[in-house]
Design a protein around this ligand. Structure first.
Ligand code: NAI
Length: 347
């Protein structure tokens, strides 16, 4: 396990099985250097256990980076339940997952994620208090990730294209789920012109009707003549095949782990494309959790998520100055915070 390519110094990795409910879960705590590890619980029908392990390790590391770049007092963690949420999810299984979260004694705090909902969290809370969205106000759906991506795009357009308005900006949005669709709403509201792709035709129809988006096939979204490409579906979509096809000057979206390999960051830079680190653009969820503890009114939460705009602007300004990529700059800031911090481990 320690030599797994994505292990990356994880602090704890727990494999949990509950025979009575059929629960099979992995909880990964990447770091607690800056505070308790925060990260959602994903339920997904992984093809095999190795896929689940890779996913949880990459996602929990990403959570460490999201919290650290936003200067939040949290570490990074994540959990995955191996199973089909439509078929295998039961209240008993969720309570068993709550027990596992509770066994971390607060060093891991969970949230909703792909395949789990705020209602599922409420069931888990019968077994543990270590979850996000514990108050009624915090359960309002604010699409914070989409709003954070919108803030990051706004900053990148200001810095990279020297445009102070998004009016007339052309944006390609890949994926119209919980992140992509509300992002389209924000962009359209600011006057941007949208090109979208999603295999789900009900979602593309919605984007066309509600936001005047032009719909293209999922295979050609990379080739669109746009200013910004916003990946909001899958990981590893920035690779040897897609990067040469991009027409956009900016890549900024909510999908986790967009680069197939680290070297693809340099490949983007070589093409003159400004790429906002995915962990920065998609940090809305962890900011939301932090803000819930202080003031959980929706307005206060959204104002707090707006810090993504300033952080993105700062990272891009430093990158331009030092001739590094935004990812190199952001990674260095994170490493300094992780290693320069006074340790107050929760475990
Ligand atoms: P979702 O499951 O709600 O939506 C994903 C959408 O992508 C679906 O509509 C799906 O049909 C579409 N899709 C699948 N394959 C596609 C393809 N080849 N081309 C275009 N579209 C495709 O997921 P959600 O929640 O919107 O998340 C999107 C991404 O953002 C994921 O990578 C997720 O890990 C990441 N993310 C989500 C957060 C959240 O709060 N929901 C938080 C941080 C990151």
């Amino acid at each position: 396990m320690f030599s797994h390519p994505d292990y990356d110094g994880h602090k704890r990795l727990v494999f949990a099985h509950d025979e009575a409910t059929g629960l099979k879960a992995i909880v990964a705590v990447h770091s607690t250097a800056l505070g308790p590890a925060f990260g959602g619980c994903r339920m997904y029908p992984y093809t095999d256990d190795a896929d689940a392990l890779t996913d949880v390790l990459r996602l929990s590391r990403g959570m460490t980076y999201k919290a650290a770049i936003c200067e939040l007092p949290y570490g990074g963690g994540k959990s995955v339940i191996i199973g089909d949420p439509r078929r295998d999810k039961t209240p008993e299984l969720l309570r068993a997952m709550g027990d596992i979260v509770d066994s971390f004694g607060g060093s891991y705090i969970t949230a909703d994620d792909v395949g789990t909902t705020l209602d599922d969290l409420a069931v888990m809370r019968t077994a543990t208090r270590y979850t996000a969205a514990a108050t009624a106000l915090a359960q309002e759906s604010l699409a914070v990730t989409a709003y954070g991506v919108f803030m990051a795009i706004t900053a990148a357009v200001e810095r990279g294209l020297l445009r102070m308005s998004l009016a007339g900006l052309k944006v390609a949005v890949q994926g119209l789920g919980n992140v992509g669709l509300p992002l389209c709403g924000h962009l359209r509201g600011a006057g941007a012109e949208l090109v979208v792709a999603d295999p789900d035709t009900r979602r593309t129809a919605r984007a066309a009707t509600e936001f005047g988006a032009r719909v293209v096939d999922v295979d050609v979204i990379y080739d669109q003549p746009v200013d910004v490409f916003a990946p909001c579906a899958l990981g590893a979509i920035l690779n040897d095949t897609t990067i040469p096809r991009l027409q956009a000057r900016i890549v900024c979206g909510g999908a986790n782990n967009q680069l197939a390999e680290k070297r693809h960051d340099a490949a983007l830079a070589k093409r003159g494309i400004i790429s906002v680190p995915d962990y920065l653009a998609s940090a809305g969820g962890v900011i939301d959790f932090y803000q819930e503890q202080i003031d959980d009114r929706p307005d206060a939460v959204l104002r707090s998520v707006e810090r993504i705009r300033d952080i993105t602007s700062d990272v891009l300004a430093r990158a331009a100055k030092t001739n590094e990529t935004p990812l190199e700059v952001a990674d260095r800031i994170v490493q300094q915070r992780l290693h320069g911090s006074v340790r107050h481990d929760a475990t």
